[in-house]
Write a protein that binds this ligand. Sequence first.
Ligand SMILES: Nc1nc2c(c(=O)[nH]1)N[C@H]1C(S)=C(S)[C@@H](COP(=O)(O)O)O[C@H]1N2
Ligand SMILES: [Mo]
Length: 182
Amino acid sequence: MRMQRIPRLRVVTLGCLVGLSPILFSQMAPMSPAAPMEAHKAAPVSTTLIVTIDGKAVTYTLADLQAMPQKTVTVKNGHTQAEETYTGVAVSDVLAKGGISMETLKRVYHSYIKAEGTDHYWVLYSASEIQSGLREGQAIVALTLDGKPLTTDGQFKIVETGEKRPARWVRNLTSLTVVTVE
Ligand SMILES: Nc1nc2c(c(=O)[nH]1)N[C@H]1C(S)=C(S)[C@@H](COP(=O)(O)O)O[C@H]1N2
Ligand SMILES: [Mo]
C-alpha cells in the first residue's frame, strides 16, 4: 500500500502547535482578581509568639507586643504588586530583650533566626539583616495590615522590606528561635 506523503514541515508545525496549545491558552486566560496567583491554605491563627534565645523561651502575647514601640513600614508585595502598610515591633527590639543587640555585635554577626508559622512553614533570617542599626531593610513582627488586625494571617506576621517576593513573610508567625553558630 502506498502511503500518502504528508510534507514533513507541516507535521512538525502541527505538532508544535498542539504541544504549545496549553501554554498559549494559559497565556490568554484572563487573571481573575478573586483568584490570587498562589492562593494559600488556611493555617491555625497564631496567638502567641515564642522567642527563644540561649535556650530560654519567652512567650509574647498580642498585648505584650502592642505595649512595645511600634514601627510602620510601607512595602510593595512582590506577588500582588500592591502597596501594603504594616505596623508592628522591630524584630531587633524583640531580640534586644534577649540580649542580642548592637551592644553584642559579634553575637549578631554569628547568629541566625528561625521564623516559624503555625503550619510549620519556616524560613531563616540572619541576625545581621534584621538589625536596623546595620542595614536599610527593616524587619518587623507585624500586628496590623493597613490599620487592621491580620485576621487569617494570624496575630503576627514577619515582614522584611527588602524582599522582592513575600516568601519570607511568614504568616501566623508563632516562633522566633535564635541560633548562634560557634
Ligand atoms: N505560614 C506561612 N507563611 C507563608 C507561607 C506558608 O506556606 N505558610 N508561604 C510563603 C510564600 S512562599 C509566599 S509567596 C507568601 C504568599 O503570601 P500570600 O499568599 O499572603 O500572598 O507567603 C509566605 N508565607
Ligand atoms: Mo511563594
